[in-house]
Design a protein around this ligand. Sequence first.
Ligand code: SF4
Ligand code: SF4
Ligand code: SF4
Length: 822
Amino acid sequence: MAAAKTLDTLGISVHLVEQGEHLGGKAFDWACMATGVCQNCGACLSAELADQMNNLKHTTVHLKSSISKIKQNNERFETTLNDSASSTILTDAVLLATGMTAFDPAKLPDLGYGIYDQVITTADLNNILKQERLKEILPDTPSPSIAFIQCVGSRNREMGRDYCSQVCCKTAVRQANKILHSIPDAQITVFHIDLQVIGKEFRTQAADLKSRVSLLQGVPGKILSDHEKGRLTVIHEHPETGARTARHFDLIVLAVGIGPCVEIGEIAKQLDAKPDQWGFLSSSSSLPKGVYTAGAAQGPTDILSSRDQGIIAAYKIIQDLNTSPETKQKSNIVVLGESKDSGRICQSLAQDGWQVLQLDTGHQQAAEIPGVTRFSSTSLHSVSGTVGQYNLSFTAGEQNHSVKAAAIVLASDAHMVSDTGFSDSDKIKSLNQFIDIFEKTPDKVPKTVAFWLDRHGQEWKVSARTCLSLAAALAEKGKTAIIVMEKMLVHGIEGQELYDAARHKGVRFLRTENSAQITVTPDNSNVLLEMNEATLPGIRLTLECDLLVIPENVGPPVNASETARLLRQQCDSEGFLQSANVRHRGVGSPRRGIFFVGSCHDETDESDLKREINAVKAALVVLTNRDIKTELLPAIDKNKCARCLTCYRICPHNAVTIRDNYQPVISTDACFGCGICVSHCPANAISVISESGSVSSGKIASETVIFACDRSGALALGSAQDLGIFSEKNAQVIRVSCAGRIDEPMLIEPLLNGAKRVIVAACHEGNCRSVSGSSFAAVRSRLIVEHTGLNDTAIRHLSVAANEPVRIAGIVSAAGSGKEVS
Ligand code: SF4
Ligand code: SF4
Ligand code: SF4
């Protein structure tokens, strides 16, 4: 869908073929994991995209259709559908976004799936959560005991599924959080190999989870019924000590891994594509010309990455078909940052014909890049304007400059602190220092080298992988290589292969529950590490090595908060650029034309960087060719405007600029049509052209009036209607572009006209595309109730996601019968 939207925006005809009754695949059916605040799973985006498909001009959707035959003829593809008319489609390219198949745990009968009712999968739990039935399946106790068993059908060499599925640990963490949100005293245990909680939103979430659930290393192979107590017994065997413990649970959730969709094998055969050993079409070299992949067809991936892959595939298609629009070549793009990442993106943009200005904050002389104008030693002073016409002023050395740019890409480096804390000892080196020795003077690498991961918190992907590769190389040369860690994050197939290779080559792994308990004593000849090794409880282990390597501590780029301030952007909870809001990730921001790539915003390796650069290029093409005439946009009536500049300050997308005489002007290119400026303008000077909902006619069709956000409440109610659990007879629904559009008169008017209650159905905190729209509406609703003395059920703020039809229908129905449901 993301690919179709991108191609459609550029005027390219698309056919979307979907087996199911609705678009969105499995992601569409996934439950919202919000716990008062969004948990960034991205599932609601699927419902939103599916809704948007209805309005695309050049896209034909074929529901309940599968592919019966596909063949390539003279560089075109002829696809015959299994639909009622056996339709044939002729296309210039084929994108396989065929989704995934969840592992069937019945293949592991010892886990009791299909035998015990209390053994379910994460997919089953998802359905239960979506149906709001969690409490129905648990015993009536305030603290039910629930186990998650990770890696069921993943990282299992004997079954030929030796890859990490990448999504199951994140799913389990989110589901555990969701359970704890509704049952705070639930006792949750997560059995894992190494909990793969990766990415900016997860480092903090995982740290928080550690204090709320019991994390046990080692996954049980057998589940037994405890007939007397009606519970299930798990025999947990420690993976390395072999110590066995029986534990009892009311519910066991198997975190099942994912594989490619079953049909992809046949399609690949017809297209002469070459799947890898697991059945994924993971490499573009395995695909014939004109065939592309995205999502789980490529390999295990999550919803957000699948969306990005779709956008990137669309970009590759337009590049390969040479249908890329012309306008981009005229645009200036500014790339900010001192890093090699910034050089990479400059080069890549220049190769595609963009005019690139590199504002390098570093002082070193860098090699000239053809097509790139470079300023070194820069310091940014201000950024004004909006997409298509940003103005940046900066100094480069002693000189002041100002430039104009259509878009800005931030690509500064994460800040690496190499101080190991033991700078007095030449037996302890940072990772980069060690790489230098390893590459330049390999004969100086001593016999025993230990790498200490997680010393500064969860280790970054690139550092962990580098240590694995170096340790394996040392072991191969007959040296002793040891990795000391809290956990090993493999970050997908490539990392799993590195980890397996390191083990295979004889690298030793020592595990500690808490890195802070390790004491390090360097002396002239070696280094002693004393630690509580997780597999030897009660014993303080002493490790002796000739050299200890500690990866650099990685933190946000220097001046990240100042850069964010100048660009009117947010940082995440760790101080890295870009908020965790799924509406704008991977590379985007709430401000059109501002992008992030590389370690300034998240941990990225080489392939992430390539993906992000392509995602930026795809976004730039869309940006410069978007048809804004179709969107709802506000306009300022200059005669009414009091020039208070509230709109300039409040616009979450920075779409308001100030012209002569303090006159604000809304940029139609930059505006998202949220309407927040409309509801905040004290002079009522802003109106939205052809706004969808109004109650000013005075006609109220129901006792309940719902203002529903176009991206959340309205979609959830639409799905509820499709499911037959909500009808507009129960409530009058008024769609708004964003809950932030709703002002006081809108909230009061239905009540004056006879409605008994008004519900605002807005996005969950952290999920609002317009950042604060939902919060503005929540505060407004509360203040009206407080200041007018209205009954507090008269106006209610409800945070909801597009994929919560059952929950919203339940709440509306309960409100109609005078009950309160959360
Ligand atoms: S609001 Fe959307 S992204 Fe956030 S947890 Fe719910 S479904 Fe996931
Ligand atoms: S908020 Fe309204 S009155 Fe104030 S500057 Fe903007 S348009 Fe003018
Ligand atoms: S509608 Fe939203 S995005 Fe557009 S100018 Fe107003 S506040 Fe900004």
